[in-house]
Design a protein around this ligand. Structure first.
Ligand code: NAP
Ligand code: ZN
Ligand code: ZN
Length: 344
């Protein structure tokens, strides 16, 4: 199937228009005409090879919503004209223990990631900064007609990546939760932690985001760049760290109560340093979480439809993608760029 989009040709060049071939839809596949695609910081890390695992040409984008325009002969889940969503995965082995547990993101054979990945036959995957995409029906998500569609797109990565750890670590009423970094992931983590009934403290390096943080559900806001700001805070049960750049996790760990957990979802390009005393004192844990499985992603989308939760977005034409990358790196986005794919 011939289609086109925006691609990085190497780690240094700006993204530019790109015509390419996708695999044809099989009997279990659906084709989605993409309407909106969110811009995740992972797109930037990978387009610029900051994780040293990039394949080019690369069409980024894994926060995809659109309309189903074709269904294969064996597809039951969708009809032409339905809304459909795709997150970070197009497929997985379905057979390993993790897949069977609905944790396809940890597939032992490696999930087929939506871009910068490979199908079982070795051909590359291309993501959502494009007109159309093909996906197995089992990895396409049902999207509610009730929510603003452009603002729904970021739920497919920023949403599930923050929802999943909050559930895994059973965040709820009576708990003190910290969210670190108010960007695409952070603002969704804040909304979810608040919706789950926790007392939420938003940690930020941007003084200008305080009022927004309160509007989004923060009970307290702490500017980590202010001298002494982390002193005398009441102990936290759980901290969700969404920061995309190198930063001090030891200062955050010391805020945890005994047996508390800091879960990393941010993936800075360089390793973080861990002070042993910050974890041995208080038997604290550092953990991490990667997106979420398909079943949990659908659960999160249904939860959002029920509660009216979407992302706060800035809608951009695809021609502004390189500018959007620069602004995201400067933490200057409120709070997720979403590409209007009609502009392609
Ligand atoms: P983003 O929109 O750029 O948000 C990151 C936020 O981190 C910024 O808005 C900023 O918030 C804060 N920050 C930036 N530089 C900082 C620094 N030097 N020190 C402290 N805080 C800083 O990025 P995103 O799309 O939310 O993604 C965040 C990270 O998660 C990226 O590394 C991305 O690759 C990763 N990610 C992981 C998964 C997963 O499955 N684990 C999924 C998606 C994304 P303030 O202005 O409030 O300080
Ligand atoms: Zn992402
Ligand atoms: Zn598997």
């Amino acid at each position: 199937m011939k289609t086109f989009g925006y691609a990085a040709q190497d780690a240094a060049s700006p993204l530019a228009p790109f015509h390419f071939e996708r695999k044809d839809a099989g009997p279990q596949d659906v084709v989605i005409d993409i309407l909106y695609c969110g811009v995740c910081h992972s797109d930037i890390h990978q387009a610029r090879n900051e994780w040293n695992n990039s394949n080019y040409p690369m069409v980024p984008g894994h926060e995809i919503v659109g309309k189903v325009s074709f269904v294969g002969s064996e597809v039951q889940k969708f009809r032409v004209g339905d809304l459909g969503g795709i997150g970070c995965m197009l497929d997985s082995c379905r057979e390993c223990a993790n897949c069977k547990d609905g944790e396809e993101q940890f597939c032992e054979k490696g999930a087929t990631f939506t871009y910068n990945g490979f199908y079982a036959d070795g051909s590359p995957t291309y993501g959502g900064y494009s007109k159309q995409i093909v996906v197995h029906q089992d990895f396409a998500l049902k999207i509610s007609e009730k929510l603003d569609l452009a603002a729904t797109a970021p739920l497919l990565c920023a949403g599930i990546t923050t929802y999943s750890p909050l559930h895994h670590w059973k965040v709820g009423p009576g708990q003190r939760v910290g969210v670190v970094g108010l960007g695409g992931l952070g603002h969704m983590g804040l909304k979810f932690a608040h919706a789950l009934g926790a007392h939420v403290t938003q940690f930020t390096t941007s003084p200008g985001k305080e009022a927004d943080a309160r509007r989004l559900g923060a009970d307290e806001v702490v500017n980590t760049r202010v001298e002494g700001a982390l002193e005398n805070l009441a102990p936290f049960d759980f901290i969700l760290d969404t920061v995309a750049a190198p930063h001090d996790i030891n200062a955050l760990l010391r805020l945890l109560r005994r047996d508390g957990t800091l879960a990393l979802v941010g993936v800075p390009e360089v390793p973080l340093s861990l002070e042993s005393f910050a974890v041995v004192s208080g038997r604290r844990s550092v953990s991490g979480s990667l997106i979420g499985g398909i079943r949990e992603t659908q659960e999160m989308l249904d939860f959002c439809a029920e509660k009216g939760i979407v992302s706060d977005i800035e809608l951009i034409p695809v021609q502004k993608i390189n500018e959007a990358y620069e602004r995201t790196i400067k933490s200057d986005v409120k709070y997720r760029f979403v590409i209007d794919m009609n502009t392609l």
